[in-house]
Write a protein that binds this ligand. Structure first.
Ligand SMILES: Cc1cc2nc3c(=O)[nH]c(=O)nc-3n(C[C@H](O)[C@H](O)[C@H](O)COP(=O)(O)OP(=O)(O)OC[C@H]3O[C@@H](n4cnc5c(N)ncnc54)[C@H](O)[C@@H]3O)c2cc1C
Length: 484
């Protein structure tokens, strides 16, 4: 079948021929069409957007991904790579089915090798993060990225979005864990930097461009990842304080005194707490305070973490920085603290449509950023409920706005984009980033182009070289019209 001049639709005569060619590559059961395509592939996690596609194709090997790319490139069908579909910026789906397929890596789920000597593991792109964590833990090992969606998010998606999460403070983002990649390029060629070497300066590795590229430059099929000794010891505390300024002072002190063992420093404003309980009733704030902090210490060696955390927090109380402190009494108690923190994201989703943001600023101006955002919401969008929380230790805030109960969903969705614009303007004004973790996807292209025109233009040039037919994830991260 040669390249049709118009994008394929299900009404076209060559649609069935195309599907048969796909079936020959991956097997009949691994191509889904029409009513077989479940919401897993079409509805994003937040249920904000509904995607469409000609087919969902489920390769199980790199070779199959390569053959799919060759076929699609030849006939002009575009490919949307999809992992766990937990991305929050619409990168893994497209609203129109016009000439696109979803390529899901869910069958590429093999943990090929765990090498405790080399401190690396080799995995296929479709391995779910939580499964990798569990397998490593059995072997007394650990992976440095932990995020709320880890029960579904896959390694390929995590690398493609350069995911962050709650351990960035200690271990960095996903890019810090990647030692090598195997990638199928748009033309079907397979490239690899999977040497397993910790040091290799034979020129820069061009495949590292795939990290954070959201599937527009290649399909990640395998990865070699850095692993760590298991953190066998941990101590967790819930701290209450009066303000984000106080939270910043607490971070400064704890970081200075406990840098080597500080693993996480999460902050939540008190207005967030009822929404954690919306996810599960037992997720109640353990104490009363305007600002809540979750602090974790961890180590592979027994360093009396509970003792040190308690001592440092006693000093924090002496300095009048905190109003209350609860140190977890057991592993289960510590896990419950974390469940409250993760529960609030679920609670927001349960409540329904809301404006989500994922911003970062330099640490010292987090309180100012939060204050400006909250003042803006109160003045310009009265009744909307501010939710300030996030990975405070990395300067990363999620400032969400929940619509008032009295507003219909349609009306809230109409107003929401104006709030997003104001958040963007304030953060831009503070020289921050409007996307600290989640990426650009299809939702934030305009701001990306506006705030970082040079980066956008360079990426568009790279795209036009690596994917001249614009086969991979069109409309994500950059617009087709932007390629020169
Ligand atoms: C409850 C919840 C909590 C979250 N918490 C965090 C958090 O703390 N930190 C954070 O950074 N993110 C967070 N996220 C966002 C999301 O989980 C991450 O972006 C995650 O990395 C996406 O992985 P995925 O497998 O679901 O990718 P998908 O959503 O399937 O895809 C994301 C992007 O990557 C591309 N892609 C997927 N697989 C491949 C591949 N193999 N090759 C090339 N491109 C590919 C897609 O085309 C898309 O552009 C959260 C999301 C939810 C729902």
């Amino acid at each position: 079948m040669s390249k049709p001049c118009m994008p394929i639709t299900p009404a076209d005569t060559h649609y069935e021929t195309f599907l048969n060619e796909l079936r020959q590559i991956v097997g009949g059961d691994a191509v889904l069409t029409q009513s077989d395509i479940s919401e897993t592939y079409t509805h994003d996690w937040a249920r904000d957007e509904i995607g469409r596609c000609l087919a969902v194709v489920k390769p199980s090997t790199t070779q199959e991904v390569s053959e799919i790319c060759i076929l699609c490139n030849r006939i002009g069908v575009t490919i949307i790579p999809q992992g766990g579909h937990t991305g929050l910026v619409g990168g893994a789906q497209q609203k129109s089915e016009l000439g696109c397929i979803v390529l899901t890596t869910q069958r590429m789920s093999c943990i090929e090798d765990i090498d405790p000597d080399n401190m690396t593991c080799t995995v296929q792109a479709g391995v779910v993060l939580e499964r990798l964590q569990t397998e490593l833990e059995i072997k007394d090992l650990y992976f440095g990225v932990s995020i709320g969606s880890q029960g579904s998010a896959q390694i390929g998606g995590l690398i493609s979005t350069n995911a962050g999460g709650v351990r960035v403070l200690r271990y960095g983002m996903m890019d810090a864990q990647v030692l090598g990649l195997e990638v199928v390029m748009a033309d079907g060629s397979i490239q690899s930097s999977m040497t397993g070497l910790h040091k290799d300066n034979r020129g820069p590795d061009p495949l590292r461009l795939m990290i954070g590229a959201e599937g527009i430059l290649g399909v990640i099929t395998r990865a070699c990842l850095r692993i760590l000794p298991r953190e066998r010891y941990s101590a967790t505390a819930w701290v209450g304080c009066a303000s984000l300024e106080a939270a910043l002072d607490i971070l400064r002190y704890i970081r200075k005194e406990g840098y080597e063992v500080l693993a996480a420093f999460e902050v939540m404003s008190d207005s967030c707490m009822p929404f954690a309980a919306l996810a599960q009733e037992q997720y109640q704030a353990p104490l009363d305070a305007p600002v809540h902090i979750l602090i974790a210490f961890s180590s592979s060696m027994d360093l009396l973490l509970d003792y040190h955390l308690e001592t440092l927090l006693a000093e924090v109380m002496n300095k009048d920085l905190a109003s209350d402190v609860i140190i977890s009494q057991s592993e289960a108690h510590g896990k419950h603290f974390w469940a409250i923190r993760e529960g609030l994201v679920e609670g927001h989703a349960k409540r329904g449509y809301h404006v989500r943001s994922d911003v970062s600023v330099k640490l010292s101006i987090i309180p100012e950023a939060a204050s400006r955002l909250e003042t803006m919401l109160a003045k310009e969008f009265p009744g909307w409920i501010p939710q300030t929380y996030g990975h405070f230790g990395d300067g990363n805030l999620h400032f969400n706005a929940l619509p008032p109960d009295t507003l219909s969903e349609a009306e809230a969705r109409r107003i929401g984009p104006s709030i997003e614009t104001r958040i963007f303007e304030i953060i831009n004004d503070l020289y921050g980033s409007f996307s600290a973790e989640h990426g650009i996807g299809r939702k934030k292209i305009e701001w990306f182009q506006y705030s970082l025109p040079e980066r956008h233009e360079t990426l568009a040039k790279i795209k036009s070289v690596l994917d001249s037919n614009y086969t991979l994830n069109p409309g994500c991260l950059i617009n087709k019209t932007d390629t020169k």
